[in-house]
Design a protein around this ligand. Sequence first.
Ligand code: HEC
Length: 234
Amino acid sequence: MNKTLLVRLVVTLILIVTNTAAFAGQRDVATDLTTLLRSARAITVNSNTINDPSAFNISNFVTETKRKYEKSAGKKFDESDVLLTQLMDAITYVIKNAKEGQYVGKWKTGAYANKFLPARFARLVGLRFEKLTNGKAIIRLTTSSQLLVNTENKADAWETDVIEQKFRNPSWPKNKMHDNYTNDGFRLMLPEYYTAGCLSCHGGEQGKAIHAEPVEGQLGAFGGAISVLLYDDD
Ligand code: HEC
């Protein structure tokens, strides 16, 4: 083998290895973000604070969120991880505001009037996070067109494809996420399923009243997905 060819080969190999490492790194970052949002959101599925967010205890909320995160992620909450701490800051900001009665998107009338809904919590956190990261990263809760209520959370083409072809396909393994490099950057989605807490609103007749199409939520059925986009640096 001549020298130039060897050099080229080595350079190509180095590129492949570093790209794969970058990909794995982004997957870890995105996974940690979904785990953190999910941990916090689970705590918001509580009828006390849904009905009356002034009942939130901020420091308990933060401690409990980190505890749940550490349990699911199987590692310590890394305070030096910039995006992770920005997401924690966004979560704390939204809970503090909600405690003071400041949360947008309240239903003015009906069964959910003035309630602090978990889906609204997720949306507000996503908006705050985008701001804190200067638009470098996005996290949001979206769902299938059948279950969508707030059109601002409508899935884009990539998300729709993942939801319809993968997450809603009965053969898709439970809790399996999907990720991809796209023209925008690294994208990852994690499916969410209805738990008993969700069904207190999404189940039965009252569940049918929430969505555009009358869908009755079932325990363990696909309910939505957390979507992360990490924009490329350049
Ligand atoms: C207190 C009742 C209540 C609980 C508990 C609840 N939801 Fe909802 N959910 C709603 C309402 C009402 C909406 C419509 C939200 C809106 O107007 O933005 C909604 C919207 C949604 C949406 C659609 C989001 C959108 O922007 O269109 C998803 C997905 C969802 N909920 C999933 C869940 C899951 C999963 C759980 C359990 C982890 C859950 N919800 C718990 C009442 C509830």
